[in-house]
Design a protein around this ligand. Structure first.
Ligand code: KG4
Ligand code: ZN
Length: 335
C-alpha cells in the first residue's frame, strides 16, 4: 500500500511516497536554506510563499522518482500540526485538493509523531514501550511511547527548543544558519572543558528542559571575554556549549528510562543528528543496559517520508480525515 506524504510545517517543502509504512520510494526535500540564511532564522511569511511556489513541482518529482501515479496511491497524508501556521496551510490545502480530485483518503498527521516514527522505518528491533527524545528546532520533548501510538509526555522545554538554542548561539557568534551542524562541527575541534556553562534543570527531578538561560550565559561569557581581550577560540565556546546541552539531554533521558523501566530509547528530530548527543547517549545507555536507536541523518531532520510512514499506521487504525481538516500551530500529543 503506497501513501503520498506532504510536510510543509517549517522551512522545507517535502513530499514522499512510502510503501507499507517502511519502504521509501521517494523522499524529496526542497530546502529554503538560501532564502532564510541572510535573516539568520526562518521568516514565516517567506516560508509560506516559497512553499506555494514549490509544492506542485515537489509533488510531481516525488511521484516521478517513486515511478508511481495517483492511481497507484492508497491515501494522501499531510502534516497538519504543529508548525508555522501559514506554512502548514500550504501543505494541507495541497493534500486536500489531491485527495478530493483523486478520490483518495486524507490523513492529517502530527509532525512530532512523524519524528517519533522515523526510527521505525529503519529499526525492526525498536518496540513498545520506549522512551523517545524528540529534539529539533521547534521541540524538545521526552515521551513514553506505548503500543497503539499512545504517548505520555514526560517533559518538554519551558522556553527554547534545543535546536533553537543552537541556531541562536550560532547566529550570535556569526557562524551562520542553521547553527546545529556548524556548532557540532566546530565543537569537534574544541575543548569542551574550557568553559563551565550551566546545565539547566539537570538536578530537578522532573523531565522539563530549559535552554534560554544557557544561551544567555554564553552571550554574557563572550561579551565579558571580548571586553577583557581574552576570548578563547570559538571552537572551545562551541564545545563547552554543546557539552552543557548534551549533558542535560542525556541525563534526563537515561533517568526517565530507569524510572519507567524501559529498555529502549528512540532519539529523533534534527538535533538527533548531533554527533556528541549520539555518542554520549549511546555510552550512557550501554552502561545501563539500554538500547538506543537513531535514524540516518536524512530521516533526522524534517522530511515527508516519516509522515507517509506514520500515516500507514494511522490508516491501519482507521484514521480518515474529512476535507474540513484544519491546520494548527499547536501539538496535541499526549492529550
Ligand atoms: O527536525 P528539524 O529539521 O526541524 C524542526 O522540526 O525544527 O530540526 C532542525 C534543527 C535546527 O535547529 C538545526 O540547527 C538542528 O536541528 N540540527 C542540529 C544538527 N543538525 C541539525 N543540532 C545539533 N547538531 C546537529 N548536528
Ligand atoms: Zn521537525
Amino acid at each position: 500500500m503506497k501513501i503520498l506524504g506532504i510536510d510543509t510545517s517549517c522551512d522545507d517543502t517535502s513530499v514522499a511516497v512510502v510503501e507499507d509504512g517502511k519502504r521509501i520510494l521517494s523522499n524529496v526535500i526542497s530546502s529554503q536554506f538560501d532564502l532564510h540564511k541572510k535573516y539568520g532564522g526562518i521568516v514565516p511569511e517567506l516560508a509560506s510563499r516559497k512553499h506555494i511556489e514549490s509544492i506542485n513541482y515537489i509533488i510531481d518529482q516525488a511521484l516521478a522518482e517513486a515511478k508511481v501515479s495517483f492511481q497507484d496511491l492508497s491515501a494522501i497524508a499531510v502534516t497538519n500540526r504543529p508548525g508555522l501556521i501559514g506554512a502548514l496551510l500550504i501543505g494541507v490545502s495541497a493534500a486536500k485538493s489531491l485527495a478530493f480530485c483523486h478520490n483518495l483518503p486524507l490523513i492529517g498527521i502530527n509532525h512530532v509523531e512523524g519524528h517519533v516514527y522515523a526510527n521505525f522505518m529503519q529499526h525492526e528491533e525498536l518496540t513498545f514501550p520506549h522512551i523517545c527524545l524528540t529534539v529539533s528546532g521547534g521541540h524538545t520533548l521526552l515521551l513514553n511511547v506505548n503500543r497503539g501510538w499512545t504517548y505520555q509526555v514526560l517533559g518538554s522545554t519551558i522556553d527554547d527548543a534545543a535546536g533553537e538554542a543552537y541556531d541562536k548561539i550560532a547566529q550570535y557568534l556569526g557562524l551562520g544558519f542553521p547553527g546545529g551542524r556548524i556548532i557540532d562541527d566546530m565543537a569537534g575541534e574544541g575543548n569542551d572543558k574550557a568553559i563551565d556553562f550551566p546545565r539547566p534543570l539537570i538536578d530537578r527531578d522532573d523531565y522539563n528542559f530549559s535552554f534560554s538561560g544557557l544561551k544567555t550565559s554564553v552571550r554574557y561569557f563572550v561579551e565579558k571575554a571580548k571586553k577583557a581581550g581574552n576570548l578563547p577560540p570559538l571552537e572551545d565556546v562551541a564545545a563547552s556549549f554543546q557539552a552543557a546541552v548534551v549533558d542535560v539531554l542525556v541525563q534526563k533521558t537515561i533517568r526517565s528510562a530507569q524510572e519507567y523501566q524501559v529498555k529502549s530509547i528512540n532519539l529523533t528530530g534534527g538535533v538527533a543528528a548531533n554527533s556528541r548527543l549520539r555518542h554520549d547517549l549511546r555510552n550512557a545507555a550501554d552502561e545501563n543496559d539500554i538500547r538506543v536507536f537513531y535514524p540516518p541523518i536524512e530521516l533526522c531532520t524534517d522530511n515527508a517520508a516519516m509522515i507517509a510512514g506514520i500515516a500507514y499506521q494511522k490508516y491501519q487504525q482507521g484514521q480518515r480525515d474529512g476535507l474540513d481538516l484544519n491546520a494548527s500551530a499547536n501539538s496535541d500529543l499526549g492529550q
